[in-house]
Design a protein around this ligand. Structure first.
Ligand SMILES: Cc1ncc(COP(=O)(O)O)c(C=O)c1O
Length: 446
């Protein structure tokens, strides 16, 4: 029987946004990473946004309004569920932070409500956004409908194919959806197109970025909106278990659910913070999208961060089974935290994620997003490693960033394909391995 431990209910968080000083410097750098590498055309728009963000993130009325939206509209605080069956199967005590239960089905709503509220305070007439899996697009279209601001969403054409239902959902919510990047278009193309649109329409348009990526102040602002995940989870697990978890897992695309979760535990240095990137088919260039595991520092979409690039510095094509992780970069704060040694990252293969997807569905009756399944797979691997070291029954917390309704058709298609043969490369180090000590590759059955 699942969820048999005492119920981990919590009081609603008092603060929807975090006011304590961020790691960012005034110029928007996290150590060496971050900054603003954009065309001069966008600097006034970023300055305007930064000024508004500074003002409203300290404004009690804004805070109260946002908290009202989180609690009464989005469904916060999200539950913490003890996954009893999965715990038994994997040999650990596993708690799931249920962002999948929020309105629109993922953590993306935390950010879009925050930014759409900011856009309305800034009296913007139009919201634009990029989306990968479509979850951010749906969450943006939802928040824009609520604020009565027209939304225009850019989505890679390949992602639109994989996530057709989300494309239709956005249109139902009143947004205009534009497929970009030709037949292989993904999140990278969508971000580029949205930045181009913003440069043309800076006066009346708000660009609602969906992750902790892009130029300053986006990485700080989005992390602040998402940090409610970690603050709630810390409080909930302390209430349920009277102690902190040994390790916390979250998947990493652009990096917003993970940074939001990790932020609650940053100062708890005994808690391991482990991000699960997409290890894709294998770790050769073009077959994965594990930017921290296999990338190098470079500039992507306005920020200096880890990106997957060819030897001559061009951004490389990437792949993941999940549209939300299929991105060649990552939020600059993750790059900083990795360099500091505070966080660790593993690359999870498509195959391992697909297995974890089925494990969670069959053990707990919870169908996760394919993105979140990467975090479950990383936890499974970690627990196995711990067991080999004689550490039994660890307390584990996993961020379930979204629900899997959007993925069931794609999973049906993938499960019908003949299994891909394991190659000798699977066990070897990735070609562009950065030799950072805290990253490793997780293959199914490793
Ligand atoms: C459910 C879900 N989880 C995770 C992600 C990855 O984004 P991030 O790393 O910003 O949390 C996405 C992106 O679309 C998503 O839809």
């Amino acid at each position: 029987m699942a969820a048999s431990k005492k119920k981990a209910k919590t009081k609603p968080a008092k603060k929807p946004v975090e006011n304590r000083p961020a790691l960012t410097t005034p110029e928007g750098y996290f150590g060496d990473f971050g900054g603003r590498f954009v065309s001069e055309l966008l600097i006034p728009a970023l300055d305007e946004l930064n000024a508004a963000w500074k003002k409203y993130s300290r404004d009690k009325k804004f805070e109260k309004e946002l908290l009202g939206l989180y609690n009464d509209y989005a469904g916060r605080p999200s539950l913490l569920t003890y996954a009893a069956n999965l715990s038994k199967r994997y040999g650990a005590q596993i708690y799931l932070k249920r962002e999948d239960l929020l309105h629109t089905g993922s953590h993306k709503i935390n950010n879009t409500l925050g930014q759409a509220l900011l856009a309305s305070k800034m009296k913007k007439k139009r919201i634009i956004a990029e989306t990968g899996a479509g979850q951010h697009g749906v969450a943006t279209a939802t928040a824009a409908a609520l604020m009565k601001i027209p939304a225009h969403i850019y989505m890679g054409s390949e992602d639109l194919r994989r996530q057709a239902l989300n494309g239709f959902r956005m249109r139902l919510l009143g947004a205009t959806v534009q497929g970009v990047g030709g037949e292989h278009g993904t999140l990278r193309d969508a971000v580029n197109e949205a930045l181009r649109d913003w440069a043309r329409n800076v006066d009346d348009t708000y660009y609602l970025i969906g992750s902790v990526i892009g130029p300053h102040p986006y990485p700080t602002m989005v992390r602040t909106f998402q940090s409610i995940i970690g603050r709630e989870a810390r409080q909930q697990i302390l209430k349920a278990e009277g102690k902190l978890p040994q390790a916390v897992f979250a998947c990493v695309g652009g990096g917003s659910n993970s940074i939001g979760m990790f932020y609650g535990f940053l100062k708890d240095t005994k808690v391991q913070l482990i991000g699960a990137e997409a290890g894709g088919r294998n770790m050769t260039p073009g077959n994965h999208s594990a930017s921290l595991t296999a990338g190098k520092p470079g500039v992507l979409q306005g920020a200096l961060t880890y990106i997957i690039q060819s030897p001559d510095g061009q951004v490389h094509d990437v792949h993941s089974i999940s549209a939300g992780l299929d991105y060649p970069g990552v939020g600059p704060e993750h790059a900083y935290l990795l360099k500091q040694g505070r966080t660790e990252y593993v690359a999870v293969r498509d195959k391992a994620a697909l297995e974890a997807f089925q494990d969670l569905a069959q053990e707990e009756g919870i169908i996760p997003a394919l993105e979140s399944a990467h975090a479950v797979a990383a936890a499974k691997n970690h627990i196995e490693q711990m067991r080999k070291q004689g550490k039994k029954n660890p307390l584990i917390l996993i961020c379930l960033s979204g629900r899997g309704d959007k993925d069931v058709q794609e999973v049906e298609r993938l499960l019908a394909l003949p299994p891909e043969p394991d190659t000798a490369e699977e066990a070897s180090a990735p070609t562009q391995f950065t030799s950072l000590p805290t990253v490793k590759v997780v293959a199914a059955g490793d």
